[in-house]
Write a protein that binds this ligand. Structure first.
Ligand code: SF4
Ligand code: SF4
Length: 276
């Protein structure tokens, strides 16, 4: 059975917030609300690094990572369990959704979610521009809303908007139960972790961290299921970029992120429109 999940490669994420903005546009997310947030791991304040300058690689050198965070579409979702009117439910394909007509705004789900993934419309939601760019209706005052993995797009065979609009190819979406899918291959190949694994929620967003992923090739705006003809990764030493003379290379053959010759550049599939 299909079981959708997401891989986020933190070695690639550049903290540009394109995923957060495209999510707002695609899903008509109101002013002041985010379904997808990009957190920083580093210094004491937001967007500041830990460590000091300038010794690269020395103890105390600058260090900062980004952690995009949204609903994790937990396999064992506490929000689903606590909803007293079954407004929050899990689809057959594993996506956790909310029936906004059923939601009574009790916010039990917000209290139960350990990932702070849900937002509540305290007031009549404001939108700027008035409508988002995707085909998603605005939610009314008094309901809880959150990331849907862009289920309206998935139902049409498209990747979520955050995935196709990530300029760093840091996000991969696909079927976790299909062992030949790209997400399954990456989870098998690279060292990954899930957030708050000890809570028993079994989140379906997996994060790649550490030094495991620099050789991962650029993909494309194709569906991951269409990527079988794009070699997902090579087997050995070529995975780790080499720069013996310290010149930095030309960026095409020995650069930090090797680019597959067949890869197609990103073409955002969100229709043009104003920004939120
Ligand atoms: S769009 Fe990609 S690179 Fe930019 S913040 Fe989101 S995950 Fe990171
Ligand atoms: S991340 Fe939170 S809102 Fe999403 S499925 Fe898990 S418990 Fe529910």
């Amino acid at each position: 059975m299909t079981n959708y999940g997401l891989v986020i490669d933190q070695e690639r994420c550049i903290g540009c917030q394109a995923c957060a903005v495209s999510c707002k546009q695609e899903n008509n997310v109101p002013m002041g609300q985010y379904w997808n947030r990009v957190l920083t791991e580093g210094g004491d304040k937001i967007d500041t690094p830990a460590g000091g300058y300038p010794e690269d690689g020395q103890e105390g050198s600058l260090d900062m990572k980004y952690q995009p965070t949204a609903c994790q579409h937990c396999e064992n979702a506490p929000c689903v369990k606590v909803c007293p009117v079954n407004a929050t439910y899990t689809r057959d394909d594993g996506i956790v959704e909310i029936d906004y007509d059923k939601c009574i705004g009790c916010r039990y789900c917000m209290a139960a979610c350990p990932y702070n993934a849900r937002v509540f419309n305290w007031d009549e939601p404001e939108h700027m521009p008035e409508e988002g760019t995707g085909d998603v209706s605005a939610r009314p005052q008094g309901v809880v809303e959150k990331c849907t993995f862009c289920s309206h797009r998935v139902d049409e065979g498209l990747d979520p908007a955050c995935v196709v609009n990530c300029p760093a190819d840091a996000r991969i979406f696909g079927d976790l139960d299909e062992e030949t899918s790209t997400v399954s291959k990456y989870i098998d190949k690279y060292e990954t972790n899930q957030l708050l694994e000890d809570r028993g929620t079994n989140p379906k967003t997996h994060y790649i961290r550490g030094e495991m992923s620099p050789g991962r090739p650029q993909t494309s705006d194709k569906l991951e299921s269409e990527l079988d003809d794009v070699t997902p990764f090579s087997d050995g030493a070529d995975d780790v970029p080499s720069d013996p003379d310290g010149s930095g290379g030309d960026g095409a053959s020995g650069g930090h992120h090797s680019i597959d010759d067949d890869a197609v550049p990103h073409v955002p599939s969100v229709k043009s429109g104003g920004a939120d």
